[in-house]
Ligand binder design. Structure first.
Ligand SMILES: Nc1ncnc2c1ncn2[C@@H]1O[C@H](COP(=O)(O)OP(=O)(O)OP(=O)(O)O)[C@@H](O)[C@H]1O
Ligand SMILES: [Mg+2]
Length: 266
């Protein structure tokens, strides 16, 4: 754990290590049975430390989205446990799980998942409105300005470009300052300028506010914003890189999977 101070999550005094924001133990997810049986996650142990930015990379079908869904309580596991803080998600009934997801987890999906009848601003504050919590206006302003949405706040999703919709989704995930943010290719639909804005914002939320972020990406440049990269293959974590740079990530991808590195460079 780095010694950098962050306002939201001061390190506890004493020798006990800080509890990770989220962790998986023996996480296993099997889809289907017989001929269609797929082991999407194969007994994964993983920690997501507080105030850290983790990127998850790996070939298509390696289990990245499944890992995010199981960690975020959006899907059940077949075996093992996913924890948010101290809470084992499998110990919660549906109602408690819904509340935990709403209050402690931010999620940015591969598809945008915005409500079409609400404006951009209403979409951003929706989770807090449902929870009956007042947004922290100063933080909301930082979020909105960083993702560059101020001129579009009164627009509905159908009146926004794909990139703008994805920025609304990122703002929504971060607006309530959840325990942990899971983002599944948050820059996949953005031009490089908007993508860099979103990545810079995620980085800033980790550095300045102690936010914990986990992000799936195929893009070595995006992974370079993270504190570490986990590499998945066939439902297992096969490698880890600390303090990644885009160049080192690209080298790693070329060495292990020439096809993916070709896809990641355009
Ligand atoms: N609902 C489902 N039913 C059956 N199989 C599934 C389901 N969801 C995922 N899978 C399978 O589980 C494996 C892992 O899928 P997952 O979506 O996690 O991959 P991914 O690494 O996110 O890939 P991509 O980079 O293409 O998004 C794949 O073989 C996929 O076909
Ligand atoms: Mg995926």
């Amino acid at each position: 754990m780095s010694s950098s101070p962050h306002a939201a999550t001061p390190e506890p005094a004493g020798e006990a290590p800080a509890l990770p924001a989220a962790r998986g133990r023996g996480l296993t997810k099997v889809f289907g049975e017989g001929d269609t049986r797929v082991v999407a996650l194969d007994s994964i142990d993983v920690d997501f430390e507080r105030g850290r930015f983790t990127a998850i990379m790996g070939p298509s079908g390696s289990g990245k989205s499944t890992l995010m869904h199981c960690m975020a309580g959006l899907d059940s596991v077949s075996e093992g446990s996913a924890f948010i803080g101290e809470t084992d998600l499998s110990s919660l009934d549906d109602k408690k799980l819904t509340v935990l997801r709403r209050d402690q987890v931010g999620f940015v999906f591969q598809a945008f998942n915005l409500l079409p009848t609400l404006t951009a601003l209403e979409n951003i504050t929706l989770p807090m409105d449902i929870a009956g919590r007042k947004p922290d206006q100063a933080w909301l302003d930082v979020v909105i300005d960083t993702v560059g949405l101020r001129p579009r706040l009164a627009h509905r999703p159908s009146e926004l470009s794909g990139g703008q919709q994805q920025r609304v989704a990122c703002a929504r995930a971060l607006a309530g300052r959840p325990e942990i943010v899971f983002a599944d290719e948050p820059t996949g639909n953005l031009d490089s300028r908007s993508g860099a804005d979103v990545l810079g914002f995620l980085r800033q939320s980790v550095h300045d506010m102690g936010q914990t972020v986990v992000m799936v990406t195929h893009d070595p440049l995006a992974a370079g914003y993270a504190d570490r990269v986990l590499f998945l293959a066939d439902g297992r974590i096969v490698d880890e890189m600390l303090a990644p740079t885009a160049d080192r990530v690209l080298e790693r991808m070329k060495a292990f999977d020439p096809e993916t590195s070709a896809a990641g460079t355009h």
